[in-house]
Design a protein. Sequence first.
Length: 141
Amino acid sequence: MTPASALARLRPGLPDAPARAGFTLLETMVAVVVLATAMVAVLSVCLNIQNARLRAVRSQAAALVLRDRLADMTAFGVNRLESRQGVQETAGGDWRWTVDVADSALPGQSLATVTVAPDTSGDADEKAEPRLRVTCLSGRR
């Protein structure tokens, strides 16, 4: 006697079929929960990667604005070094920059501090990002 015929005798009225022909509802639900958890983890990693890329692009744009301000200071010479501020538009957004000039303790030397930060004058909800700041010592001729 085969196991299928013995099973058919125990379950009269049912065809000769194996006892487990498919998945139960509980097994299917557990598989869906595991798959959903894995998908949430993958999407979380993708979102973190996208945020890191955006921060890198914005930091690069801020560094370009900072470099432009330092190049202006070099091009115009240190004899006309003065405090000023402005907004520069780049592909990474608008950036507010300031150049602060102060006398140093060294005779004939000035401290020039260049600060670059995102221009949030129109967006009150935008998160404040860290600023880039460079302080250099420059001599007057």
